[in-house]
Write a protein that binds this ligand. Structure first.
Ligand code: COA
Length: 163
């Protein structure tokens, strides 16, 4: 049985410090590098620099009972012109032990709030094929062909905010 209370116990932080960013990297390393074999040099990039000191990237960290459990980031300055220039969400990761307990929805809801607060009208992202049903549950719609990124099959998806 899934631990539905996890989403209620979770706390959400917008990352401002190097220590918070290290906690997020810890999750991303386990999920993308160890589990999915993404090369470390592709996993971390310039969007991760100076998280507390820039307006164009919002990174969030979800904790469960104080321990890092999920993370994702919103790139406000990195827009896909074919998708009404919505900002881009990426690096969506929930630690394996906590999947299916609502934390993925918690981390995505947090980024949706951050985007809406800034007057954005929607979000676009590049979904791994296995994650498409997850994003569809949140309201995202797939578009365009399947393509390879870091050796993993992806498809673009968009979510248009309701007024
Ligand atoms: N297939 C169908 N539905 C799914 C699903 C799947 N693979 N994964 C989640 N869902 C549904 C849940 O049933 C839930 O629906 P409900 O709210 O109506 O009950 C909803 O999506 C939210 O699920 P949640 O428990 O919040 O998802 P999660 O915490 O397991 O996180 C991922 C989903 C994809 C973030 C997580 O599996 C993960 O980190 N995977 C590894 C990293 C990765 O691939 N990231 C995506 C890169 S594009």
């Amino acid at each position: 049985m899934t631990d539905r209370s996890a989403a209620e116990r979770a706390t959400v932080e917008v990352i401002r410090s190097a220590a918070q960013m290290q906690d997020a990297f810890g999750i991303r390393f386990r999920v993308f590098v160890e589990e999915q074999h993404v090369p470390i040099e592709e996993e971390v990039d310039a969007f991760d620099d100076r998280p507390g000191d820039r307006e164009d990237v919002v990174q969030v960290l979800v904790r469960l009972d104080g321990a890092p459990a999920a993370t994702a980031r919103l790139l406000l300055g990195h827009r896909d012109p074919t998708a009404d220039a919505y900002p881009h969400v990426g690096r969506v990761a929930v630690l394996a032990d906590h999947r299916g307990t609502g934390l993925g929805r918690v981390v995505m809801d947090a980024l949706h709030r951050e985007a809406r607060t800034r007057g954005e009208r929607g979000i676009t992202l590049s979904a791994q094929l296995h994650a498409i049903p997850f994003y569809e549950r949140l309201g995202y719609v797939a578009r365009g062909p399947v393509y390879l990124d870091a050796g993993i099959e992806h498809r673009d998806m968009d979510y248009v905010f309701e007024d």
